[in-house]
Design a protein around this ligand. Structure first.
Ligand SMILES: N[C@@H](CCC(=O)N[C@@H](CS)C(=O)NCC(=O)O)C(=O)O
Length: 362
């Protein structure tokens, strides 16, 4: 592999495991690695640290080992799979292939103790980020993030939910803009059931449906603020309101905004009836879950922003301060929160796009 930069390293210890409990084995004094470990010419901090710190870190690293090949990793892989941390790059249709775990990593490299190429497998069940940076510096984190791809559409409130969650968690990702009039073969391959955006691709595994993706992001990346509360009842409530917004309120609002005449009046009344529940729920609260943005708020992005753009275009007044004071306060708070504000689609562009859509459907 001529493109691989070889970096001599000094290793004091490697962790090795047969089970999920940690143990230390001595390693060789020189060490060659490639891929993740050799992005810069420097030895990773892991290999520079003294043994006292190494041992201290083992608190965070239940297990790691150097394996000769994938077969070796696979026994370990089943353990990792049981605890839900290991994924695998797809072999085809992907620029890279190999092993990779969600909360840690398996790094191909030259390992003299194996007499050649091998895999450093680090299974970490806690303190994921501390381990990543303690062991490998920010380089691994960057590589980990690069395996996240979002197939979306700029004007889609559903795609924007996912973007919001990724940004909230500080996850770096590659964004693929889909032309919904001419969907890419990859989108159809990754979401054959609904054939819709968004789709999140994480280590080659596709996940569809925005709210499910948002939960997946929250479960997968421990860093950043929690999107779902920890308390089971609060979690259930967050899901309840997110589902209510998604399945009841959004279709009703859309219908109220797009229907005319008698049908329009009826649709407006129906939407108001549903929105009243949201207004009551938000009374005296900044966001659905309290003081910080959570699942239901992210789910409600359509009401907070897209609704206004369409309502203005159509000259319709559905959600007014006198009828829905708490909902209006929430909407203002949501779109004006610095984090949300900078990630909303451009109003003019959105209005133009929506107008074009309306003309097409007339
Ligand atoms: N329930 C889905 C809805 C996704 C959705 O409706 N996406 C639209 C874009 S806003 C789409 O891909 N439409 C393409 C189509 O219907 O063919 C989710 O939450 O992700």
């Amino acid at each position: 592999m001529s493109s691989v930069r070889r970096v001599p390293r000094r290793a004091s210890e490697h962790w090795a495991v047969k089970s999920a409990s940690p143990c230390l084995i001595s390693a060789t004094t020189s060490h060659w690695s490639e891929g993740v470990g050799s992005v810069s010419g420097e030895a990773p901090p892991m290999l520079k640290l003294g043994s006292a710190r190494e041992r201290a870190k083992s608190k965070y690293v239940p297990s790691a080992k150097v394996c000769k090949n994938e077969k070796d990793v696979s026994g370990w892989d089943s353990l990792a799979r049981r605890v839900g941390v290991l994924g695998r790059y797809p072999r085809a249709g992907h620029e890279s292939s190999g092993w990779f775990s969600i909360s840690s990593c398996i790094i191909p490299g030259q390992y003299p103790e194996l007499g050649g190429e091998g895999l450093l497998a680090v299974l970490d069940l806690s303190g994921v980020d501390r381990v990543r940076s303690a062991l490998f510096g920010s380089r691994v984190t960057r590589t980990v993030m690069a395996e996240v791809k979002l197939f979306g559409a700029w004007g889609s409130p559903f795609s924007r939910r996912v973007e919001k969650a990724l940004k909230l968690k500080g996850v770096q990702y590659e964004y693929v803009e889909e032309d919904l009039a001419n969907k890419s073969p990859l989108l159809l391959q990754y979401n054959p059931v609904h054939k819709k955006v968004p789709v999140l691709l994480h280590n080659g595994n596709p996940i569809a449906e925005s709210l499910i993706i948002v939960e997946y992001i929250d479960d997968t990346w421990g860093n950043g603020p929690s999107i779902l509360p920890k308390d089971p009842y609060d979690r259930a409530m967050a899901r309840f309101w997110a589902k209510y917004i998604d399945e009841k309120c959004m279709p009703a609002i859309r219908k109220a905004l797009l229907s005319v005449g008698e049908e329009g009046t009826k649709a407006k009344e129906e939407a108001e009836e549903l929105l009243k529940f949201l207004d009551n729920e938000l009374e005296g609260k900044k966001f659905f879950g309290g003081d910080s943005i959570g699942l239901a708020d992210i789910a409600g992005n359509f009401i907070a922003y897209w609704y206004w753009v369409i309502a203005e275009l159509q000259g319709i007044k559905l959600i007014t301060k006198d009828k829905f004071p708490s909902l209006c306060k929430w909407m203002e708070g949501y779109v004006n929160s610095s984090f949300v504000k900078e990630h909303l689609p451009d109003r003019e562009k959105l209005a133009g796009g929506l107008m074009a859509r309306f003309r097409q459907t007339k």
